[in-house]
Design a binder for this molecule. Structure first.
Ligand code: TXA
Ligand code: MG
Length: 328
């Protein structure tokens, strides 16, 4: 059983940074979802991430850093448009895929020539990263802190529920309250002439096009050829992912006794257990994963979900839900 730190003082962050330096795992909050962190230069520590998550070893990890000044050491090249995106959206819910440096080992990149980098927008995460970097750390590798294929945690309690049985005494879980965005970062491949979205998130196509001045392709669009390429290993892009134990059914009339998630403007269908009634698309993203977990806590067999329509963040929500609905 790991230690659970809810009082994250500067001292607690220094202790957590020291644990990372010694090769332990530290789960920490970010604005998107909670991450399971390890020293990104420590092969054994990173191997434990895969073990604890039950994740196949060839899936690459995102390296988290505290500031743009730590970016250069991880990469060998960066296009102008990626610099513009980094300046505009970091710290924030965006991961850039860039040509790696030698520091980004195969055990981080899954053997690819690229590395995913992100500066998260969460004070606790940034405090931890800063403390770790003050101890000489280069970056924290962190996937979402869930078992492979399951729903990402947006609270420290959900991390404990997912991974408590797999973490050891020297590992830590930092509690920073609920994640404010609620879905994972937008992943943008910046190795080509044009930015390409590999996973939609809160940094939207419109935002990327406006800042880069370029046309953005969305490889999560199933019609796109890019999506069919086998060399892009975005584990979150597997068809069955983000799945609760309950069966998820999208945009259909709910059966009595089932769970139900939909915007507040849709009145609760007769005889269902309402798990969430978000008032906006932003709130929808924020509460979605905890609502799916709540359905599992209530042992519901089926959760019916009316998806949000439109562009922007709604695209990310529908992306995750379409995978949840494929089941395990
Ligand atoms: O919001 C987030 O991104 C969260 C928080 C903790 O930062 N992290 C997260 O990590 O969602 P993870 O490992 O659950 O999902 C990251 C995705 C994976 O699907 C992985 O395959 C992809 O990023 N990825 C990482 N490095 C990559 C690379 N070099 N090329 C292509 N995909 C990459
Ligand atoms: Mg994940």
């Amino acid at each position: 059983m790991s230690q659970f730190l809810s009082n994250c003082s500067v001292d607690a962050l220094a202790t957590a940074a020291q644990s990372l330096k010694e090769g332990s795992l530290v789960a920490f909050p970010t604005e998107t979802v909670y991450g399971l962190g390890a020293d990104a230069t420590n092969a054994q520590a990173v191997a434990r991430i895969y073990e604890v998550k039950g994740r196949p070893a060839d899936h690459p990890l995102i390296v988290h850093i505290a500031d743009l000044k730590y970016l250069d050491q991880w990469i060998s090249d960066i296009p102008e448009y990626a610099i513009a995106l980094a300046r505009e959206f970091w710290p924030g819910p965006m991961t850039l895929i860039l040509q790696r440096s030698e520091l980004a080992n195969n055990f981080i990149t899954g053997g690819q020539n690229t590395v995913g980098i992100r500066i998260p927008d969460n004070l606790l995460a940034l405090g931890l990263l800063e403390a770790f970097q003050n101890l000489g750390g280069a970056g924290i590798a962190a996937p979402s802190a869930n078992r492979f294929g399951q729903v990402s945690p947006t609270t420290a309690e959900a991390v404990q529920e997912e991974l408590g049985n797999y973490l050891s005494d020297t590992d830590l879980v930092l509690d920073g309250g609920p994640s404010v965005v609620g879905v994972e970062s937008t992943i943008i491949d910046c190795t080509g002439e044009l930015p390409r979205i590999l996973r939609p998130g809160a940094v939207t196509i419109e935002m990327i096009e406006e800042v880069s001045g370029l046309k953005v392709s969305d490889s999560t669009d199933k019609k796109s050829d890019v999506f069919k390429q086998k060399d892009i290993r975005v584990s979150g892009s597997l068809e069955n992912h983000y799945a609760p134990k309950a069966k998820v059914i999208l945009d259909q009339q709910p059966v009595v006794g089932s769970g139900y998630i939909g915007l507040e403007s849709i009145s609760t269908p007769d005889g269902v257990i309402r798990l969430a009634a978000p008032e906006s698309v932003e709130e929808y993203a924020r509460v979605l994963y905890s609502a799916l977990r709540e359905g599992d806590h209530q042992n519901l067999e089926v959760i019916y979900i009316d998806q949000p329509t439109g562009d922007g963040l709604a695209i990310a929500i529908r992306d995750r839900l379409s995978r949840s609905a494929k089941g395990r």
